[in-house]
Every structure is written in structure tokens, then in C-alpha cells.
Design a protein around this ligand. Structure first.
Ligand code: WT7
Length: 668
């Protein structure tokens, strides 16, 4: 491993890397890091699973757990059974004695609006909102579905729900009315939460419209929709009808000023939240997360991986509507009592230096973003960040593999060569980081996710389920062979789907020996000869579009609904900026002809069923889709065509001329 001290920036880094591929974490970083004793790796190996107590001990529990792990009923593992705690207490109340005046949330809105929310203010707001939930009838274990953008009302509502033991299910603001309605129905929510609107690139977006429509199309619409306002009053473009189930949060709050609501005592295994995510079928699934294990996992990784200290200003540029925001904007950072930044707007509005302007303004210490964002910053050029005075100690990426070129640019031009750069691999289902370096303990290796988090046991299997020799450098299916505290409990309301999607492929599902149960991540990966893990990408029809997770089946079902469409297949095309973008291939019914109009209807259907972020890059009308003799669509060949690569195996095709015809159309 590398042993030189590569803390200086400059073009020398690149040439040095080709020699040894590793960079040491800067000495200054190592000197102050939260995890500096490499014995932690051995301890978790030798004392598994009991060593996870170290994670749980970072929290305040009312009752200590009886045992660390109950694995008697795999794959329904229980973490810290017997323990009781409250997540909102851990994220808010417990910090008051020491830091009630310290800023908990720095909110940078568009339109010049900002808020600095101290822990004491957060406590007040969370309590008042908890009282509002109670007032409209939310009981313990009722699921509250939220559809909120990046405004303080979002973390406040999440923590308020957690306070009264009501699991929250936040739907990313960019999702459509249909997606909101589907999630309300699946969770059976009687109470939903939304807002009149928010700002994006200087424009007010009417967000309530989506709730209006969701109320029309949901099978069982909620009785009450709590409506926040982005400004002091309801926006002039937005109104409430007399029969509508909307209740203005401000109206209820009038009577709740200064209300205090005791945090309810939750069992470690009680559900904290649902996060719907795309899978291999058309219907998103509700990844159900527990209170104790989840909170322990995200708090510990925030401390040891993100290296967060209470005195830091930490900024993760993700949206709270995705798991990254839940774990690493809200629960992890706040449980550690730090200051977390939330930004409402776009990185290029009103100018492309906005990100660095905010970093300078708040003196951000730790910055967390996606490879997509890094590639974009890189395209805009280093002259932009150069104009701002910021100084990061720690830089993180998540969501997609990061190319060494982008990694180096980030290291050099954003980190100035003296910040650590940490890639973190995990998933909605894993709750928190699984593969990523403890940054003071491992050298950085651009393009690699690093080593597993202590206590995490990944392996690579071939398609038959045989283990590929560790550290052999061969690609295969990434699996996790032992349970971990942040893992999902199940797919909400559908234990079979939980087993089928994550376990069946590589487990002996008739066994009750936990060793026979292996979690399938759905990613391809390589365990390299030096022990580092490199993530290759999804193997299972799940796409990663600019850091947003999308299922091919979800897209295909939205397209199939368009009249005139006979069949649709989606292929991921690699895109320099956005990682992957969807290309859609459709055949039309007799009587329907390719037209701009059908193309528009296809795009509209996708926007309505899923959201704008899922817009396809191309819609291709083809005479026939490539199919096997048994009639299965071969998406892999479409992917080869989209990416202008040599066609893979075509021997099983019913009509071998089909892919060539499509290729001609796409590439000529
Ligand atoms: C999928 C999970 C977990 C937060 C954001 C995404 C991909 C995630 C990395 C990484 C390569 C990554 C995987 C994974 N992914 N992190 N560091 N390197 N790929 O959560 O929406 O549940 O997506 O994102 O393909 O399976 P998600």
C-alpha cells in the first residue's frame, strides 16, 4: 500500500497514481479523526455480532437491550430486542443540556429566504408538530405519508412523527401525484402531509396540485391532508375548496404554541419509517426500517465514516426524500448533535457557483454529494469553485460508481488535496453504509468503494451461487452474508416479496440456520486483489439515473398504458453526466403509426406515473423487439445498441435480424 504523503494538490497527483493507485489520508485529517484505531476491524470480526453494541451505545436508550441480535427466524432478524428508545429524543432532546443554542439545521432556501434553527428551536417545532399530528388523530403505529420538498417542515414532520411513534413515509417531492397516491394506498395512511409549493430556479412550483390529484386517484384517500405553506400565508396561486380534506398546519399550530409532547417509548424493533424504492417489478416496494438498529447504524457511520463532530458544519446535498437524506441529513447527523445544512434550490441557480458560495457562507467542513454532481462541477470547470473561499476536511460521494478521473478532480479542485475523499456504497434497503473506508484507517483508492464497514461481511458469488474466491479480482454478484443493524425489516405488508427479492436467489430458504441466508444486493462487484471492493453496477433491471433509482419495469408499465403502444422495453444508456439515462424502445399496435404525438404521450405518461426526473432520453419506434424463441424480450441487446457496443450473444433470438435493424435506426 502507498506510503508517501500525498497531501499536496497539483497535476502530480495523477502521475503518481498510475504508479501506485493509492493516496494516504492527509496527516491533519488522521490526527483528528473519530476512528483512528484499526483494531476496530478485528474486534468486529472476533466479537460479531456483539461488537455492534458499540454502535448502539452512541444512542440514549430508556431500556437497554437484552441481546444484540436475534437470528432465530431468518431472514426476519431482530436487532437489540428488549431495548426501548425514541428517535426524536435522540436527534433532538438529548442535545439540549449541552447545545440548545447551537444550530441544528441551516436552511438555505431559494428566493433569499434562510433559517437558522437551533436545537432549542427544533425541539419546539418538533413538539408542536407532534401535537398537531395528535390533534388530527394520528396514533402510535399509524403511517403518515409525506410529500414534502427540501424545506424545514420535512425534517420537523419526520421527527414529530417519530416522537409519537408514527412511522413516516416520505415521498420524494419530485415524484408525481400517481406515485404519491400509490404510496398512500400501500401504507393505508389516513393522514398525509404536503405544502402549497416551493421554489426551483426562481419559479414557484405549485406542489399542492399533486396532492389534489392524488386525492382523486387514490383508492382510499386520506381523511386529512396537513398543508404547510412555504411563505407566511397560503400562496396566491393556491386555494383550498370547502369540501377538501386539507387542514392548514398553521391553523392547528395556533393552539399548540409551546406544546410539549413526551417522546413515546419505542421497542428497538418498532418501525421508524418506510422508504419506497424501485425493484424488479412495476410496483415500488416499501423498505421498512426499524428504530433501534437503523438509528444505531446511521449514527455510528455518521461518526466513523463521515467523521462528524458536534462542532462541525456538515452538508449533504442530497434530497431528504431519498434514503441518503433520511440517514445522512436527518437521523445520523442530528443524533450526533451537529449542524446540518439543507438547501432548497438547484446547484446552478442563480449561478454555477451556488454550491461553493453556500460552502463559503456557512464554512462547511464536510461535504457529501453524488458522482453525477461531481461530473457536472467538473464540466463547468475549476475556475468556478476557485472564486470561493471554502475549506473542506472531508468529501464524500454516494449513489453510483465514481470514475477515477472525477474522483481526482474532486480531490484536487474541491478538496484542495488536503481533504479525504470517501466513496460510500449502500442502498435504500441497507439503511446505512456497508462498503466504505473508515477514512483515517485505509488509504484512498480512486474508483473503489473501499473496505467493508466493520462487522459487514460481503462476498461475491457466481450466478450459480458459488462463492468466488475472495480477493481474486473477478466480478460477480455482490451479496452480504451476515445481517447488519441498519438492514430493512421487510417489504411493508409483503414478507414474501422481501424474501423473493433479496434472499431467495442465494439462500436455502427452507433452512432456519442464519448461515444459510444470504442477502442479494442486486449489484455486480469485484473484490480486488488488494482487498478493496469495486462496485460495477446493477444487474437486475434497476437503473441509476443521476442518482435517482428507477426500475425498468416501472418505466415499461407507464409506457404500456399509452394507447397505440403494443410493447415497450427500456434500456439504460451510459451518459457522461447523468450516469445512466433510459432509452425506450416501443412497438405500436396495428393502426397506430409512429408520430410525435405518441412520443409526447409516452413521455407524459412517464412524468405522470413516476415524475419528471424519469424522462427518457430517447423514444425509438421499432417494428419488432428482440425476443428469444420463448418470447422473452432481450433487453441486454437493446442496451448494447443504446451504448453502441458490439452485440452480445444473439443465438437464442427468434429473428436474428431484429437487433441489426434497430441498430441501423438508432445509429444512422
Ligand atoms: C444503488 C442503491 C444509498 C444511497 C443512494 C442510493 C448504487 C450506491 C454506490 C457507490 C457504486 C453505488 C448501487 C446500489 N450505489 N452507492 N458508492 N458506488 N454504486 O440508494 O437509490 O437505494 O440505490 O445505488 O447500484 O445498489 P438507492
Amino acid at each position: 500500500m502507498a506510503d508517501d504523503d500525498s497531501t499536496d494538490a497539483g497535476g502530480a497527483i495523477e502521475s503518481r497514481l498510475t504508479e501506485q493507485e493509492y493516496l494516504r489520508p492527509p496527516t491533519e485529517f488522521v490526527g483528528q479523526a473519530n476512528a483512528t484505531d484499526s483494531a476496530i476491524y478485528d474486534r468486529f470480526d472476533e466479537e460479531w455480532p456483539d461488537a455492534f453494541e458499540e454502535f448502539a451505545e452512541l444512542l440514549d436508550w430508556e431500556e437497554r437491550w437484552d441481546r444484540v441480535l436475534d437470528d432465530s427466524n431468518p431472514p426476519f432478524f431482530e436487532w437489540f430486542p428488549g431495548g426501548t428508545l425514541n428517535a426524536s429524543y435522540n436527534a433532538v432532546d438529548r442535545h439540549l443540556p449541552e447545545r440548545k443554542d447551537q444550530t441544528a439545521i441551516l436552511w438555505e432556501g431559494e428566493h433569499g429566504k434562510t433559517e437558522r434553527i437551533a436545537y432549542q428551536d427544533l425541539y419546539r417545532r418538533v413538539n408542536e408538530m407532534a401535537a398537531v399530528f395528535r390533534e388530527v388523530g394520528v396514533l402510535e403505529d399509524d403511517i403518515v405519508t409525506m410529500h414534502l420538498p427540501m424545506v424545514p417542515a420535512l425534517p420537523v414532520s419526520m421527527l414529530a412523527a417519530a416522537r409519537i411513534g408514527a412511522p413516516h413515509s416520505e415521498v420524494f417531492g419530485g415524484f408525481s401525484a400517481q406515485a404519491f397516491a400509490d404510496r398512500i394506498d400501500d401504507a393505508g395512511s389516513d393522514v398525509a402531509v404536503t405544502i402549497d409549493g416551493y421554489y426551483r430556479r426562481g419559479e414557484f412550483l405549485n406542489h399542492k396540485e399533486k396532492a389534489d390529484k392524488a386525492l382523486e386517484i387514490a383508492d382510499s384517500p386520506p381523511d386529512t391532508v396537513l398543508l404547510f405553506t412555504r411563505g407566511d400565508d397560503l400562496h396566491e396561486d393556491v386555494s383550498i375548496g370547502s369540501d377538501d380534506p386539507y387542514v392548514l398546519v398553521d391553523d392547528v399550530l395556533e393552539d399548540k404554541r409551546g406544546a410539549e409532547v413526551d417522546p413515546v417509548s419505542r421497542d428497538a424493533e418498532d418501525t421508524l419509517f418506510l422508504m419506497y424504492t424501485s425493484g424488479t417489478t412495476g410496483q415500488p416496494k416499501g423498505a421498512q426500517h426499524r428504530t433501534g438498529g437503523y438509528l444505531a447504524h446511521v449514527t455510528a457511520t455518521s461518526k466513523y465514516v463521515l467523521d462528524i463532530e458536534p462542532s462541525d458544519t456538515y452538508w449533504c446535498s442530497a434530497d431528504i426524500g431519498w434514503i441518503t437524506g433520511h440517514s445522512y441529513i436527518v437521523y445520523g447527523p442530528l443524533s450526533l448533535g451537529t449542524t446540518t445544512v439543507m438547501y432548497e434550490g438547484a446547484p446552478d441557480f442563480p449561478h454555477k457557483g451556488r454550491t461553493w458560495e453556500i460552502a463559503e457562507k456557512y464554512d462547511v467542513d464536510i461535504f457529501h454529494t453524488s458522482p453525477t454532481a461531481v461530473r457536472m462541477f467538473m464540466k463547468w470547470g475549476e475556475d468556478i469553485p476557485r472564486q470561493y473561499d471554502f475549506d473542506f476536511r472531508h468529501l464524500t460521494t454516494v449513489g453510483e460508481p465514481i470514475q477515477p478521473e472525477a474522483w481526482l478532480w474532486y480531490y484536487e479542485h474541491i478538496g484542495g488535496g488536503d481533504a479525504v475523499v470517501v466513496d460510500t456504497w449502500w442502498q435504500t434497503e441497507t439503511g446505512g453504509h456497508l462498503i466504505t473506508n473508515l477514512p483515517a484507517l485505509k488509504d484512498m483508492k480512486p474508483g473503489s468503494a473501499g473496505y467493508p464497514v466493520p462487522g459487514i461481511e460481503p462476498a461475491i458469488l457466481d450466478d450459480e451461487g458459488n462463492e468466488i474466491e475472495p480477493a481474486s479480482g473477478q466480478a460477480g454478484n455482490l451479496v452480504i452474508t451476515k445481517p447488519w443493524p441498519g438492514m430493512l425489516q421487510t417489504v411493508y405488508g409483503n414478507d414474501d416479496r422481501y424474501i423473493n427479492e433479496y434472499w431467495r436467489a442465494f439462500s436455502d430458504t427452507s433452512s432456519d440456520d442464519p448461515k444459510d441466508w444470504v442477502y442479494k444486493a442486486g449489484d455486480g462487484a469485484v473484490h480486488e486483489r488488494d482487498g478493496y471492493w469495486r462496485i460495477v453496477g446493477r444487474l437486475d433491471g434497476v437503473m441509476n439515473v443521476a442518482g435517482h433509482r428507477l426500475g425498468t419495469m416501472e418505466l415499461e408499465s407507464a409506457v404500456s398504458e399509452v394507447s397505440g403502444v403494443a410493447e415497450a422495453a427500456v434500456a439504460g444508456r451510459e451518459d457522461e453526466e447523468r450516469g445512466t439515462v433510459p432509452d425506450i424502445y416501443v412497438t405500436l399496435r396495428d393502426g397506430a403509426d409512429p408520430s410525435q404525438e405518441i412520443r409526447d404521450r409516452i413521455v407524459t405518461s412517464i412524468v405522470e406515473e413516476i415524475g419528471k426526473f424519469a424522462r427518457p432520453a430517447n423514444v425509438w419506434f421499432v417494428d419488432e423487439l428482440p425476443k428469444t424463441r420463448s418470447g422473452k424480450i432481450m433487453r441486454r441487446l437493446l442496451e448494447d445498441i443504446s451504448n453502441d457496443e458490439q452485440l452480445g450473444n444473439t443465438r437464442t433470438l427468434r429473428d436474428p435480424s431484429v437487433p441489426d435493424n434497430i441498430r441501423q435506426m438508432v445509429h444512422e
